[in-house]
Design a protein around this ligand. Structure first.
Ligand code: ADP
Ligand code: MG
Length: 363
């Protein structure tokens, strides 16, 4: 598994439940939000109405969108995802396409299930795994996936180390992912042209077959750097041809990283003092140009260290403390970072992406 599995990508209340703590009210979270989904206007998932609508009947497309929680999911995406305008636009486009496809089905118009396998390209920490999770929810709401859960894997989860090991491993992962989204991080490492007997090829072939025969119940998302993915697709045209949507995740600007950090703090019920906010902006500027910078993930790690320094400060000071003291991150907490004194953040774990997998025993 990848992406520090101990941590859910974004802390937020599950769909349909009231928000708690600092969380903002859910957009569109009126009384209708908690109604059961069955029997609503949108219950025609997959065009499963026995008889098609009359040709002169009309459908309220706004109501459909609301009944299927599409509007809520998209609004939530807008709120929780800072920046990424092109990504959001692509998601809206895909959601619109699928909704229209479903509505066409209600009139008995041709609606073959569109292929939904995708490719997410971008640097580490740009939100690919988080969006894959949201995509699963969206596809479940639209009736394209039974469960919509996310199974995130890398080469090591699919490829075995000796003869006969790979097929059961890959199939076990596929079985777990059925009904949901299978995210393959750094999918290009499955293919090692330098080693013709590499078991990665076997995993690719099983994947390709599954992607074709189980496309009604499984969405595969390949993730990684754009340039390596291009090379991978050129050598694996079968895979390339099964990918319906490519979404590119741009790096975040300084301003966006600042907003992401403030959102993360807010979600954990912390807050910068005004001095801390200014100092953290400086921190980001320095950190952005250092090695192993991983966009929003580096912000997440920086915030973990801020919490540590705040805790140390409060405990060391002793005496009476208030609620506000427990919430506030001070300028001193920020400036305690080694990025200011030594120019590096030594505790930052390497993002998984740039690491070449070592040659396995049988590779
Ligand atoms: N646009 C964003 N706005 C707010 N938080 C984000 C955004 N993109 C990513 N994050 C956060 O950054 C962290 C890393 O994101 P992730 O989806 O794991 O990135 P990737 O899979 O591209 O490496 C997660 O904690 C996620 O919640
Ligand atoms: Mg990821």
């Amino acid at each position: 598994m990848t992406d520090d599995p101990a941590r859910p990508p974004l802390a937020r209340p599950p769909l349909g439940r009231p928000p708690s703590g600092f969380a903002m009210p859910r957009p569109g979270g009126g009384p209708g939000d908690s109604q059961p989904r069955d029997g609503q206007p949108g219950d025609g998932a997959g065009g499963d109405h026995a008889s098609p609508l009359a040709p002169d009947a009309t459908i309220d497309i706004t109501a459909e969108q609301q009944a299927l929680h599409i509007s809520a999911i998209l609004a939530e995406l807008d709120r929780d995802f800072i920046g990424l305008a092109p990504v959001k636009a692509r998601v809206r486009e895909i959601a619109a396409l699928l909704l229209v496809d479903k509505l066409r089905g209600r009139y008995g118009l041709g609606s073959t299930r569109p292929s939904l396998h995708m490719c997410f390209t971008g640097s580490p920490g740009t939100g690919k795994t988080t969006l894959a999770m949201r995509m699963g929810e969206l596809l479940r709401e639209l009736g394209y996936l039974r469960k919509g859960h996310l199974v995130a894997v890398t080469r090591d989860d699919l490829v075995g180390q000796y003869v006969g090991h790979t097929a059961p491993k890959t199939k076990e992962v596929l079985k777990r992912a059925m009904g949901g989204v299978l995210l393959i991080d750094e999918a290009y490492y499955l293919y090692r042209p330098d080693n013709e007997r590499d078991y990665g090829q076997e995993a690719i072939e099983i994947l390709l077959q599954f992607m074709e025969t189980n496309r009604d119940d499984l969405v595969v998302i390949l993730a990684g750097y754009a340039d390596r993915m291009d090379v991978f697709f050129r050598s694996n045209p079968g895979m390339a041809s099964r990918i319906a949507h490519n979404i590119d995740f741009p790096d975040f600007s300084l301003e966006e990283l600042m907003q992401i950090s403030e959102l993360m703090l807010e979600q954990e019920q912390y807050r910068f003092s005004p001095g801390a906010a200014a100092a953290f902006r400086e921190y980001i500027e320095l950190r952005m140009h250092q090695p192993r910078f991983a966009n929003a993930r580096s912000m997440r790690n920086a915030i973990d260290r801020l919490r540590l320094r705040q805790a140390r400060r409060l405990v060391t000071a002793g005496g009476q403390i208030s609620r506000a003291d427990l919430i506030e991150i001070t300028e001193a907490d920020v400036r305690g970072s080694r990025v200011f004194s030594m120019g590096t953040e030594p505790a930052e774990p390497a993002p998984p992406e740039p690491v070449q997998p070592g040659p396995g025993p049988a590779a």
